[in-house]
Design a protein around this ligand. Sequence first.
Ligand SMILES: [Zn+2]
Length: 389
Amino acid sequence: MKIRAVKHNNRKKTFEVRTSTKALVLPFSQADPKPTAVDPVRVSVVDEEAGREAFTYVLDSGRTGTVHVEQVLEYNQDPRHLRDLLLYRLTIEAQKRASASPLSKREISRRLGTSAAQLYRLLDQTNYRKSIDQLLALLQVLNCDVDLVVQSHVHEDHVAGLGAFPHARVTAHAADLPGLHHIDGLLAIYGYEDAALLERLRGWVETQFHYTPRPDAEPYVDGAVFDLGGVRLRAIHLPGHTRGHCALLAEPEGVLFLGDIDLTGFGPYYGDAWSDLADFERSLARVRAIEARVWVSFHHAGVIEDRPTFEAKLARFAARIGEREAALLAFLDAPRTLAELVTHRFLYPPHAALDFVDAAETRTIRQHLARLVADGRAEACGDSMWRRR
Ligand SMILES: [Zn+2]
C-alpha cells in the first residue's frame, strides 16, 4: 500500500498518514527515534525512494527516522492498539469540547467528582493508562451525548440503559421492534403461556431493568449499515435467540459484536416464544463464516482476539444444544410427562430459582421433543407423555 500524504502534529504528538483508502494515525511513541517536546518533528515527507511505502521525518536535533506503511497499518489494526486509538480520539474530542465549554476546569472536575490533577490526566492524549469509562463520563459532562443506539436484539437486559439516552435515536431489527415500542411487545417476545407469570415479569422488567418504552424507535433490516463517521456498523440478521437478533460488524476494523450468541458455558438460549432452535443453529453456522478479527461477546465471555479461540468457544457453545438433547433422550427411557421433564431441568441448573425458569424450560423442551419425534427418536405415548423409541 502506498502513502499519499503524511503530516506531523507536534501538539497532538502524532503522524497522520493518508493512503488511497484510509486516514491513519501513528503516535510519536511508536516511532524511533521518538519525537519529544524538546526535540519535535521539523519535517515529514513521503519517502519516494521507498516507492512511497514509507515516510521519513527529521527532528529539530537533525536526527531522522523512517516509518514503513506496514508499521502504521499494524498499529491501526491490532486490537490492543484499537483501544488506544479509541482512547486517543475520544481524548482529542474531550479537549476540543473542554476548551469550547463555558464550564471552568474546576467546575468540570467538580461535576466529575474528581481532582483537577485527575482531569488533566484525562485530557492528556499521551496518557493511555486512563479508563475509557472516566473519559466517557467526562464527555457526558461536556455535553457529548449518545446520539444513536443500535440494539442487537430486544430483551430486558439489553435495553436497561435506554432511559439514560432520551435524546438518542434508537433502532432494532424490525422483527424485535415491538419490544422497544411498548412493554407489552417485550412480554410478547417472552410469550410464556402463564399469564400471571407475564404480569409478574412486567413488574420485574419495570423495576429491575428500568424499562423505558421508545415508541419512536425505528426498524432496521438485515444488511443495514450505520455510518458512524470513520466506522460503519453492519447488521447481520442471526435469528434464533429472538426473531430479530443480529450481530453487528464494525468495519473496516472487523470487530464483530455477537449479541447473545454469547459464548458462555450456559449455551444458547432459545426458551422464549420468539426464540427458535432451528434458526439458532443456522445462525451459529452463519456467524462462524463472518470475516472478523475481533469478537465481542455480551455477558461474561469477554473479547476474543484470534479466530482459533473464537471457533473453539463457538463449538463449545453450540455443543450445548446436542448435550441437552442427549440428556433429554436418556431421561425418556421411561414415559415422562412434560411436567416431569420441566422439573428435571435440561436448560437451567436445578438450583436456578428465577421466576421464568419453568416457562423457558417448557419452551426449550417442547422444541427438542418436536425434533426427536420428527426424527423418530422419541414418540408420544399415553396421556401427554413421551418416551424414547
Ligand atoms: Zn437476549
